[in-house]
Design a binder for this molecule. Structure first.
Ligand SMILES: Cc1ncc(COP(=O)(O)O)c(C=O)c1O
Length: 487
């Protein structure tokens, strides 16, 4: 016993050191005192962190932890840096970090209720809260009884390790609805879905994983900004029919990964209702507009959809990963997976409920706890304010960029994703080269995307510390990079 106490005390000291190092890391990043990202070759990073030595010999402790932690943090991507305007991952809220730490100690993998009772209850309440935002849940969000017992027609959902798994789960649920025998007999080879080409690749992957094959995707008609055109859906539907395919699902983006533009859910719902088709909304990024009175209109029609993918680790500020797949109809969710596992699922007479029956994963992290901690600290209003700030700031950045003679934006942003182009150089490769040069300076991390054949520089405004001044500096630095490249 004394040995255990000693070990715990030493490890607690190590944890305190790590916490201090993280605090210093976050402060330096927020103040822009470190590069946003300085890319290094893997061989260099491996050498800096001395990975093989630690793996072979062990011995990392409270005295020497910095030998590893310092290079590990220094060479990471510094998401708290105001110049981090890159991908759609949250600059994590402290609440989510605390939830991660707690999970790291208690480790309650909660796909099965008895293995994580508290985390299971949190997940259910958080999922019900999300369902409520879609108009798929009425009554107390801490009501745990199934619909049959409480006389409601509430929806259901489960948290998953990411939007990609959520999209796969939605597709499997829609397949179960259209072809109830598919689980046993395999996927019918005439089933098809309609989705815009700009749909996140995870859905196209899911189509092949589920055994449909890529030919089952009929690309939806879109405009020049890759936004779905609902009035032309009929044509795609009839063409599929003529070619012997039976469309069973339409997938829409809310919003599209590359542009941040929303497909018109309400109008697509009209079409789906007419033909009795499953409507999936991929709101991995933009579903969070539901939390803001000002931005909710972007999700108009969501209550008419059948399923929604909604990531918390994008706009709800949790660390990766925490995502939800939500269903309007609890029964539809229940038909998605089938399994017989005597060692883990004990039937309905047990206390609680097993989220694992409705998820791809067997071992599941306490995904709801992260979201809960953010909500518990800021409240749902605080989260809505955050969405409004990020969306509003992005519109201001658009005004600024588009007002420059040498920059142009192809559209006015709807979400916090903004594409733009430096007009002082010619061609797609030149925009890519500009990003490379910019990243090498270390002050900014931005991405690019191709829209309608043209490559644009791309900002995801995830960081609340990114300001108009940050963007002014970004534009100046892009000009400098272009001038240097021109020699
Ligand atoms: C619209 C959309 N759907 C799905 C995904 C995939 O989500 P995840 O990265 O959580 O698997 C993304 C990720 O960027 C996305 O933008």
């Amino acid at each position: 016993m004394p040995d255990t106490n000693k070990r715990n005390a030493t490890n607690a000291t190590l944890a305190q050191h790590v916490l201090h190092a993280l605090e210093a890391y976050q402060n330096a990043s927020e103040q822009g005192k470190t590069p946003a990202l300085l890319q290094q070759e893997p061989e260099f990073l491996n050498r800096e962190m001395d990975l093989v030595k630690w793996i072979r010999d062990g011995g990392l402790d409270a005295r020497n932890y910095a030998e590893f932690l310092t290079p590990y943090l220094e060479h990471s991507q510094h998401m708290h840096h105001p110049g981090f305007i890159g991908h759609q991952v949250a600059v994590p809220h402290e609440g989510a970090a605390i939830a991660d730490m707690i999970h790291g100690v208690i480790n309650n993998p909660m796909a099965v209720y008895e293995m994580g009772p508290t985390a299971s209850v949190i997940e259910r309440v958080v999922v019900n809260w999300m369902l409520e935002k879609c108009g798929w849940f009425t009554g107390a969000i801490d009501d745990f009884s199934p619909n049959a017992a409480n006389g409601t027609k509430n929806g259901g959902g489960v948290l998953t390790h990411g939007g990609s798994l959520a999209n796969l789960t939605a597709l499997l649920a829609a397949r179960a609805h259209a072809a109830p025998n598919a689980w046993h007999e395999g996927t019918p080879n005439n089933l098809a879905i309609i989705a815009p080409a700009a749909t996140h690749y995870s859905l196209a992957r899911a189509v092949s994983i589920a055994g449909f094959g890529q030919n089952a995707i009929r690309y939806a008609p879109v405009n020049e900004l890759e936004v779905l055109q609902p009035k032309k859906l009929e044509q795609t539907f009839l063409q599929a029919q003529d070619e012997g395919q039976k469309v069973f699902m339409v997938s829409t983006n809310a919003c599209t990964t590359a542009t941040g533009l929303y497909d018109p859910i309400d109008e697509v719902a009209e079409f789906c209702e007419k033909h009795d088709l499953w409507l999936h909304v991929d709101g991995a990024h933009g579903g969070s507009a539901l939390l803001s009175d000002k931005e909710r209109h972007l999700m108009k029609g969501i209550s008419r959809a059948d399923s929604l993918t909604w990531d918390a680790h994008k706009m709800m500020r949790t660390s990766a990963l925490s995502a939800a797949i939500l269903f309007k109809d609890q029964k539809a969710m229940a038909g998605t997976f089938h399994q017989d596992a005597s060692y883990i699922f004990y039937g309905e007479d047990q206390i609680g409920f097993d989220a694992g029956l409705y998820a791809v994963e067997c071992t599941k992290s306490a995904l709801g706890a992260k979201l809960f901690w953010v909500l518990a600290m800021d409240g749902e209003k605080g989260m809505g304010d955050f969405i409004e700030k990020q969306y509003g700031d992005t519109r201001a950045f658009y005004e600024l960029i588009n007002a420059q003679d040498d920059f142009s934006c192809p559209y006015k942003p709807e979400a916090n994703i903004l594409c733009f182009k430096y007009e002082g150089v010619e061609g797609n490769d030149a925009q890519l080269a500009l990003r490379e040069k910019l990243l090498a300076q270390g002050n900014f991390y931005i991405t690019t995307a191709v829209i309608g054949g043209t490559r644009y520089l791309r900002l995801s405004v995830m960081n609340p510390l990114t300001t108009v001044e940050t963007i002014e500096k970004l534009l100046s630095e892009i000009r400098l990079c272009a001038n240097e490249a021109a020699g």
